[in-house]
Structure formats: C-alpha cells, structure tokens
Design a protein around this ligand. Structure first.
Ligand code: SF4
Length: 331
C-alpha cells in the first residue's frame, strides 16, 4: 500500500473544510468510514489516495423515526440498521437486503453511506494490469469480450458493463430515499434514484457527488403496507456472495389485486435499479403466476447480455416473478 496522510476531524464542518477531492483516477483525498471497500482497493493499488479523512468521530450514527419517516445517519452500520424495528418489522425488505449482504464482521463496521457508494466487483476493475475505463478513463474495457459472467445486462454501454454490487440501495430506492450531503458549508438533498450515473461514455464518474462531497444522512418514507415486503437474492452460494440476480419487492394488496407494487433489481444493472414499467403493469391486476412472469419480462425489456452473463436475463425475470408471488403470500 502506498503512503498517505491521515486526518481525524471532530465535526462535519472541519471535515468538509480540510478534505482534498479525490479525482476519477483514484488520487487526491478520500473519506474513511468503515473502510471495507476503500482499504481493499488501496491494497490492490486500484485507489491511491494521498489523504484519508477519517469521519469516525463525526457522529452521524443515529436512527430517528417520525411517523412514516426514517432518518439514518450515514455512519449507521449495516448491522444496526438491519436490526432496527422500523425495518425488521416495518419493512422487512430493508432488513433482509442488509442481512443477505457481506459477512457479520463486515456488517458490523460497514456504514450505510459507504454501502450506497460501494464499488463494482468487476474483476478487470480490480486488476491494474487490465484495461478498464472506470479505473483509467480511455484505456478500454477488457470485460466486453472477456469473462463477464457477474456483470450487468441493464444500463450498460460499450464503455462499461460493470454491475452495481449493492443490495440495500435496491431496496431503499423503493421508499423514496433521499441522500443528504455536505460540501464545505453547503448541504443538499439528492434522490437516491438520481445519485448514481449510468456509465455512458464516462464510466469513471459513478455518482453525481462532487469529489469532496460527504453523505451525512439517508431519509426514507416507509408506508405501513411495507410490512408486506421481501428481498430475494439468487447467488452461487447461500452466504457471503454477491447477487447473480435479486429482487426487492413491496406490495400493497387489495385482496388478490395489486394496489401498488414496487420492484428493485439487484445484480443485473449498472446502478441501483427500479423496475417502474413492471410496477405500472401490475397496478390494478390480480397477482397470479402469469401476471408475475409478465412483470418479470417487462422488468428486463431492453436488457442486453454480453456472453457469459446472458443467463441473467431469464434468471432475473424468474427472480422477479418468484419474489412477487412470495411477497403476496405474506400477511
Ligand atoms: Fe472497467 Fe467497467 Fe470494463 Fe469492468 S466493465 S473493465 S469496470 S470499464
């Protein structure tokens, strides 16, 4: 690992004053919270920050509830959030998406702010001897035409087919999540659905955040009917593995009929992904095996396989259908 400078400010204002922006090439400064992605990538020489600003003394670790609103500090850990009754009982999909990610050790230190921003597991991104437009803009993409079994089928471009590896963002996106940030003395709120950018012709720019902008909190609106929600994750082994496909589902039912459906997809897209056309298709319909399969097909309209990952399209369609049917069975 390369040498770096280290600072541990005591409040958010000091932190946002002293941080040095990290450029797309992985140099400059970086925020250090749980460090579960950052330190790995520094050891691999993929990221080479010259300064780390440790935010562990900044608080931002409370969970507050007010009616349907849940506000989480950015340093709340995955384990803390997964155990909170607002999720565990009020919206199981938000708890399950956390429990089905990583390992207990990682969930105890990884923060929600970092979780939203976790980097792709594309093997070519993590290998500095390979061409990768995300790591080194303009160098090419060895995954297109290479071994791309784990990579994305939705939201891709010829320049990058890396999948977004997270689970929780695909559940949080169902509940109008808003990300609060600070940059210098100014703050702003960004809809979670607008935080990440499609790769297009600039895959190194993964979010709309400025290089020195700090996520401070995440706020969600969790309706009472979100008790009927479920996270299905399909992977090569049952624990400590990333999703091949996944579906986060919440249903508001009127008997057998769907009043409202919300569907997020994991393991298949370049950003957190909400299947809004499939949701619209289901509204007012009786949920049956047939309509669930139709919704799955609609969720993957426009998907493109890149060879090794072609299987994700039919598997993803069936994952959505099964998640819908399992969710409908919940009371
Ligand atoms: Fe890099 Fe994206 Fe290509 Fe992977 S898919 S090698 S992350 S440009």
């Amino acid at each position: 690992m390369r040498p770096f400078a280290y600072a541990r400010p005591k409040n958010v204002r000091d932190a946002t004053d002293i941080v040095t922006p990290m450029g797309v090439a992985g140099q400059g400064g970086a925020w250090l919270a749980g460090g579960t992605t950052l330190i790995d990538l520094m050891k691999l020489d993929v990221l080479r920050p010259e300064q780390l600003t440790d935010i562990q003394a900044l608080g931002m670790d409370e969970i507050e509830t007010d009616g349907e609103t849940v506000r989480l500090g950015a340093r709340v850990t995955m384990a803390q959030a997964a155990e909170h009754p607002a999720f565990k009982e009020g919206a199981p999909v938000l708890s399950q998406a956390l429990w089905k990610a990583a390992s207990p050790q990682l969930r105890n230190v990884a923060t929600l702010g970092g979780n939203l921003l976790q980097r792709t597991r594309c093997p070519y991104f993590r290998d500095v001897s390979k061409a990768c437009n995300k790591r080194e803009p303009g160098s090419g993409c060895d995954a297109v035409g290479g071994y791309n079994r784990l990579l994305a089928v939705l939201g891709t471009s010829e320049n990058c087919i890396a999948n977004y590896p997270g689970d929780w963002a695909n559940a949080a996106i169902l509940f109008d999540a808003v990300v609060e940030t600070r940059r210098g003395r100014r703050g702003r709120a960004i809809e979670l659905g607008k935080l990440h950018r499609l790769p297009g012709d600039a895959p190194a720019r993964e979010t709309v955040l400025e290089d020195d902008e700090l996520i401070t909190a995440i706020e969600l609106t969790v309706p009472s009917w979100a008790r009927r929600s479920y996270y299905l994750k399909v992977r090569d082994r049952e624990s400590y593995a990333f999703a091949n496909t996944g579906a986060a589902v919440a249903l508001d039912m009127d008997g057998d009929s769907v009043r409202e459906a919300r569907i997020g997809l994991s393991g298949v897209a370049t950003t957190p992904w909400r299947a809004r056309e499939a949701e619209a298709f289901l509204r007012g319909k009786a949920l049956s095996e047939e309509t669930a399969m139709q919704a799955g097909a609609i969720a993957f309209e426009g998907a493109r396989g890149w060879g090794h990952n072609d299987f994700k399209i039919p598997l993803g369609q069936r994952t959505v259908a099964r998640a819908l049917l399992e969710t409908a069975r919940l009371s």
